[in-house]
Structure formats: C-alpha cells, structure tokens
Design a binder for this molecule. Structure first.
Ligand SMILES: CC(=O)N[C@H](C=O)[C@@H](O)[C@H](O)[C@H](O)COP(=O)(O)O
Length: 228
C-alpha cells in the first residue's frame, strides 16, 4: 500500500476548496483553512488547483490529495479530466492525485484506461484515487489499477441523481467495500462527526469532509434552514 494511504487509515481528511464562484476563493485562505484543519487534528488535505496546493504545502506538512477542477466543452468530467491537469499537479509534488473515474466520456475521447496508462508511464510513483459514482465504477477502477476508490461522485452523475453515500445506513459504501479489495474512502456529504464515524464503521478506509468544515456559506445555510 502507498505510504500516503497508510497515513490516512482511519483518519479524517479535510477538503479545502473554494472555486472562483465562492466567497472564500483565494489560495491564501485555503492555506489558512489547511492550517486550521491540521490544528484540529486532520491527517490530510484535499485541494483543488496547483496554486492552492502550493500554498497549502507551504503552510502544513500533511499529505495532499490534489485535483484540478476544469470544465471542458465536450465532456461532463471536471475533476482532473486530462493529462494537462495531471502535469500541473505533479509540478507541485501532489502526494496523491484524485480524478474522475466514472464511465462518463472524457475530453477528446480519451478513455479512462488510456489516461491511467499514460499517467503510470509518466509518473510511476504517484498514488491515484478514483472518484466514482457507482459500485460498477469502483470495480472498474480497481481493475485499472487505482490505489484507492472514493465515493466523491455518488449523486453527481446524471445516472446517480438523488443517490447519497450515507443513505440507508451507508448501503452504497458497504456495497463498494464488499466489491473491491482496494481501500474505499467515504467522501461527499459527510456533513456531521456522527456521519464520519458511521462511514468508518461501515468499512470506509478514511473520510473526506469538505463543505461542513470549509464552506462557511454552506454551514451558515444549514443553521438558517433549521430556523425556518
Ligand atoms: C462533487 C464534487 O465536485 N466534489 C468536490 C470534490 O473534490 C468537492 O467540491 C467536495 O467539497 C468534496 O468532494 C467533499 O465533499 P463535501 O463538501 O460534500 O464534504
């Protein structure tokens, strides 16, 4: 097992992300978010973009799971879609790269299997995390040689609309854990400490929490909604 995964086993990873459209969009702020996550006890950080990762690495010594979110006109894949994003992440020595590993068509018609082959040939030592939306995609990701699988995109593909990883006592997560041997990481709407703990109890290798920790607009809304 990759070294970075050993460091994350049974632990919390905090996703520190704010897109251009979000109030906290700023590499400086993401760097401070990462420090806050470390002070709170997080074992790792998930982050978007070369700039944010550079700033985060200058501030904390935790392993970073990196992605580059970028929209392409000919594809719905936006999390580390092509080799261009992989090259950017390797420039800043990202410890593990997460990428969309769904069955959705990628830009320029490149298949997931071709892309993984190119990554392995170019950067043989980098750890790869498969962001999937279904159990079938988790199985395929394992076949393709990903180092771990994450539930990140459950509910975010057209064919999984409405699905939630934690629903029905983590049924999707449990199915994935039973279907593959590689570590399965619970990510996406793990919005409370109890859910994070529940995900580990359901067999997740570790848990990634984003918005519930690092998106204050989302946290504020959760309070406002309760007051209605
Ligand atoms: C679907 C998608 O684009 N997810 C992104 C993946 O990196 C992030 O926007 C999420 O914040 C992250 O997955 C953590 O999830 P949550 O913020 O729900 O705890």
């Amino acid at each position: 097992m990759h070294n970075i995964l050993l460091k994350l086993k049974g632990k919390l990873v905090v996703s520190c992300q704010a897109l251009e459209t979000e109030p906290l969009h700023s590499s400086y702020i993401m760097g401070r978010m990462a420090v806050a996550a470390k002070v709170g006890g997080a074992a790792g950080i998930r982050a978007n973009s070369k700039q944010d990762i550079q700033e985060i690495k200058a501030n904390v010594d935790l392993p970073v799971i990196g992605i580059v979110k970028r929209d392409y006109p000919d594809s719905k894949v936006y999390i580390t879609a092509t080799m261009k994003e992989i090259d950017e992440l390797m420039e800043v020595k990202t410890d593990m790269i997460a990428m969309d590993a769904t069955k959705q068509a990628r830009p320029d018609g490149v298949t997931l299997s071709e892309l993984v082959r190119t990554i392995r040939a170019t950067y043989p030592n980098v750890a790869l995390m498969a962001d999937v939306s279904t159990v079938e995609e988790a199985i395929e990701a394992e076949v393709l040689g990903f180092d771990c699988i994450s539930t990140t995109l459950v509910g975010y593909t057209d064919y999984t609309t409405g699905a939630v990883t934690a629903a029905n006592d983590f049924s999707i997560l449990k199915e994935m854990v039973a279907a593959v041997e590689k570590p399965v990481i619970a990510e996406g709407k793990m919005d409370t400490p109890a859910l994070a703990k529940g995900a580990l109890a359901a067999g997740a290798f570790s848990v990634v929490v984003g918005g519930a920790i690092t998106r204050p607009q989302q946290i504020t809304k959760s309070f406002v909604d309760q007051l209605r």
